[in-house]
Design a protein around this ligand. Structure first.
Ligand SMILES: [Zn+2]
Ligand SMILES: [Zn+2]
Length: 294
């Protein structure tokens, strides 16, 4: 059976450290093309755990400037080179994220030169990076995998993008980090799978010395609560809903599941876990050796 479109959750977490949920990163595959979306903390390890490697990635797309989405960029570049990468990286991101990654790359220029000169690996092109600005619209050069970037609303971080991923007649919409916004509502209409961030407000109490009521309100304001996600998914008539970017990463998933149901979404529901893989159009969920039909 051919997999027309596959989506792998590499990291379903957020900035807080979690052993269960690495930093935000997802892998999209179709027609032999592999695109990594975001490179949060632990992405290189998760790629290997999922049976892939940084060496085999065709393009990296970073959705926005937040650290949890790009902090492992340089580690990804160096570890992929150690895996034998022999072609330059193609990296697409909005300008502020590009500037950050360029900065990471520049910060290690001397270290990189020393490695190249001393380690004498067969090919140094794997360390080269072509940085491109990510704009609204379709990303070129990905063969049968169509990726369309659309602006979402994660202010004050802007621009921030969501992605519509399609191949072979299947369509997945990935929210990126955003508050509820018309562009996402529109993109999600009737999609086969909506992969959506979630901020579990019921499990984010004020903690003295860690987060104030103002912190919780601010962070919640540029993300989506389970009630908001459920409303979006049911209005958009999505065929299936998967949650990722769990805040907090330690959220009780059964309670989260119940909150989505209470919010009025009754369709197939997946609380994403690291290394879970969804395949379309087969509607197959693979995780931990199990395969389940949605
Ligand atoms: Zn984030
Ligand atoms: Zn963010």
């Amino acid at each position: 059976m051919t997999t027309d479109l596959a989506f792998t959750f590499l990291g379903t977490g957020a900035p807080p450290v979690s052993l269960r949920r690495a930093g935000p990163a997802h892998l999209v595959e179709a027609g032999g093309i592999k695109v990594l979306v975001d490179c949060g903390s632990g992405v290189s390890q998760r790629l290997v755990a999922a049976g892939h490697a940084g060496a085999g990635i065709d393009a990296l797309i970073v959705t926005h400037e937040h650290s949890d989405h790009l902090v492992d960029f340089y580690q990804l570049v160096v570890s992929a080179w150690h895996q034998g990468r022999n072609r330059p990286w193609r990296v697409l991101a909005p300008q502020p994220a590009l500037a950050n990654m360029r900065g990471q790359y520049e910060a290690f220029a001397r270290e990189r030169a020393l490695r190249i000169a001393f380690e004498k690996r067969p090919d140094a092109t794997g360390l080269e990076v072509a940085f491109e600005e990510l704009r609204e619209g379709r990303v070129s050069g990905l063969g049968g995998l169509s990726i369309e970037a659309f602006l979402v609303d994660h202010k004050p971080v802007e621009p921030a993008f969501g992605l519509a991923l399609s191949a072979g007649g299947s369509r997945i919409v990935f929210s990126g980090d955003t508050r509820l916004t018309p562009s996402l509502e529109q993109a999600a209409q009737g999609c086969d799978l909506l992969v959506c961030e979630v901020f579990v407000d019921s499990q984010m109490p004020v903690v003295a010395g860690v987060r104030s009521a103002q912190t919780v309100a601010s962070v919640q304001s540029y993300h989506m609560t389970p009630a908001v996600v459920a409303g979006l998914a049911s209005r958009a008539g999505v065929e299936a809903l998967a949650l990722t970017h769990l805040v907090p990463p330690g959220a009780d998933t059964a309670a989260l599941f119940a909150e989505i149901r209470a919010g009025g979404y009754a369709g197939p529901l997946i609380v994403g876990e690291d290394l879970m893989r969804l395949e379309l159009p087969a509607r197959l969920l693979r995780w931990n050796g199990a395969a389940l039909g949605l």
